[in-house]
Design a protein around this ligand. Structure first.
Ligand code: 13P
Length: 244
């Protein structure tokens, strides 16, 4: 089964209104491209403007989180229905920073994923072990347990494997370790969804840079990347997109 690679930028809590110039530089450089899917996920307040800037460019705009309800008394939260209505097409869910900063557990991530799917958004579900879990030989068991609890009923998702210890550190697992984890994730999603699991894109995230992207994306069952720091600057992000 062929899977179109996806390179997704997670801007995290970075970006100012002027950052649209970086997005426009990416869009200009990608004109006529189209060898992989490109997604940019800025903070909530920038989504609407970015959707306008990216119209008809092929670059999709997404969010970094959403609530599991369509509307209601949830101060500070944003519903998937609103995200879809303003033109977002995807949402990152269960990022390790949300699991750590906001105590998000697997069941909540699953509820958000179900709601995102119902709203027509593509959920990008993040999983990954801590350094202590890897050092104690628990990396795969940790990730499989996260998948077990976080995956929604429908296969219309993307999974991002992001070892917590590789995020923002400049450290990347050995290729063989990425390959082994992605093979285990593939087996899990096929076990869960049957043949449809073969179509799910599995992204690697954690210190992906223009210099290491080609090598990482060449690993079996790595169908693109979820990029943090290097997605903020057009030149770096474009270098990674070209590697995909
Ligand atoms: P870095 O690319 O900055 O390591 O961040 C990865 C990440 O957390 C993307 O969601």
């Amino acid at each position: 089964m062929t899977r179109t690679p996806l390179v997704a930028g997670n801007w995290k809590m970075n970006g100012v209104p002027d950052s649209a110039s970086e997005l426009r530089a990416m869009i200009d450089a990608l004109k006529g491209g189209g060898h992989c899917d490109v997604l940019v996920c800025p903070p909530f307040p920038l989504i609407g403007a970015f959707v306008g800037d990216a119209a008809d460019s092929g670059v999709e705009i997404g969010a970094q989180d959403c609530h599991f309800n369509e509307k209601g008394a949830h101060t500070g939260d944003v519903s998937p229905a609103l995200l879809a209505a303003i033109g977002a097409s995807a949402v990152i869910l269960g990022h390790s920073e949300r699991r750590a900063d906001h105590g998000e557990a697997d069941a909540l991530v699953k509820a958000k994923a179900q709601a995102a799917l119902a709203a027509g958004l593509l959920p990008i579900i993040c999983v990954g072990e801590t350094e202590a879990q890897r050092d104690s030989g628990q990396a795969e068991a940790t990730v499989l347990a996260q998948l077990d609890g976080s995956l929604p009923d429908d296969a219309g998702i993307v999974v991002a494997y992001e070892p917590v210890w590789a995020i923002g550190t400049g450290r990347v697992p050995e290729n063989a370790d990425i390959a082994a984890m992605h093979a285990a994730i593939r087996k899990a999603v096929v076990g869960r969804y049957g043949e449809a699991g073969q179509g799910i894109r599995l992204l690697y995230g954690g210190s992906v840079k223009p210099g290491n992207a080609a090598e990482i994306f060449a690993i079996d069952d790595v169908d693109g990347g979820l990029i943090g720091g290097a997605s903020l600057k057009a030149d770096d992000f474009l270098g990674i997109i070209r590697a995909a």
